[in-house]
Design a protein around this ligand. Structure first.
Ligand code: NAD
Length: 302
């Protein structure tokens, strides 16, 4: 038997950066499953230069031609209020926000200009914040919201020539983890994905035969599941691409305990280093270590 078709009838979904790449696929999907879609795109180059309305308009036309409901918005994500206003003015509500817009300014740290750093921060971090900030009061009031933000393997693991992008993308992990905690009692679920897919962002760095196996539409089903009303998943990080979906979590070694007196010296730390870095019996924490428990154990050392 075929699995059930997830639907979003009557819901409003805002997808930022939906004029191309992954965002376009999300928008077309939600438009085909009963949602009202706000197709936001500034329409510039992948380096964040220029702007235009064509990219968003084309996606809106595609959704409407297939019988769906969509409107375009051409604001930069830095003006999140205007994007969410388009959703409210056009459809009267917002249920799902997908923070997807992004650009690259790859350059080695040695050669990075202030503008490369600032622009990446503005689009990825400030943009995601501004859109979420504008949607949040609606989510809280209706006790329903689904938020996806887009990180990257570059943020999780580091990537040569991408200090600006890595920093911004990992910021969205912390952003999501905290919003998940704040949103929980209002049924606002927040998750973050690190996708890998063929798009204008990756077409210059990967060979065509690899890109062929990384279709952007294969990112959509995970996002669809996480944003569906039946989902209960929140505060999670996923890697997704090429037909593989995996959840990531933090790992904390059991660590070393040192007596909290004048014996806590650099030499004492060095002597216990193998405990600090030994992951045998590690835990998977959802919060910081319990300070009282740590102090208690340390104070009981012989
Ligand atoms: P893409 O360049 O095809 O799409 C990004 C879209 O965002 C573009 O249409 C662009 O016009 C739009 N955009 C850029 N700046 C904007 C702004 N200020 N306001 C509104 N729209 C803006 O790239 P993509 O690969 O589809 O990337 C989508 C997201 O996924 C990005 O956040 C990217 O960093 C992330 N990502 C992609 C990959 C990948 O393998 N493709 C890997 C990791 C992360």
């Amino acid at each position: 038997m075929a699995p059930p078709e997830l639907r979003y009838n009557g819901q409003t979904v805002v997808v930022t950066g939906a004029g191309g790449g992954l965002g376009r696929e999300y928008a077309i999907f939600f438009g085909s499953r009963g949602a009202n879609v706000v197709v936001n795109d500034l329409g510039g180059s992948f380096k964040g230069e220029g702007q235009g309305s064509q990219a968003a308009d084309k996606v809106v036309e595609t959704i409407r031609a297939a019988g769906g409901k969509a409107v375009a918005n051409y604001d930069s994500v830095e003006n999140g209020e205007a994007i969410i206003k388009t959703a409210i003015d056009s459809f009267g509500r917002i249920d799902v926000l997908i923070n997807n817009a992004g650009i690259l300014r790859d350059v080695s740290f040695k050669n990075m200009k202030q503008q490369d750093w600032d622009l990446i921060y503005k689009v990825h971090v400030k943009g995601a914040y501004k859109c979420a900030r504008a949607a949040w009061p609606y989510f809280r009031k209706q006790k329903y919201g689904r938020l996806i933000s887009t990180a990257s393997a570059a943020g999780l693991f580091g990537s040569f020539g991408q200090t600006n992008y890595s920093a911004a993308k990992l910021a969205l992990v912390g952003f999501t983890e905290t919003l998940a905690k704040e949103g929980l009692k209002y049924n606002i679920l927040c998750n973050v994905i690190a996708p890998i897919a063929a798009s204008r962002m990756t077409e210059t760095v990967m060979p065509p035969d690899v890109l062929e196996k990384l279709k952007p539409e294969w990112i959509v089903p995970l996002v669809a599941v996480l944003t569906h009303k039946q989902s209960t998943e929140t505060g999670s990080i996923y890697e997704v691409g090429g037909g593989h979906i995996a959840k990531l979590r933090w790992e904390r070694s059991k660590g070393a305990y040192l007596k909290t007196d004048d014996t806590l010296t650099p030499g004492a730390v060095a002597a216990k280093w193998k405990n600090v870095v030994n992951f045998d019996g590690a835990e998977h924490p959802q919060g910081p270590g319990n300070a009282m428990e740590i102090l208690e154990t340390a104070s009981q050392l012989p």
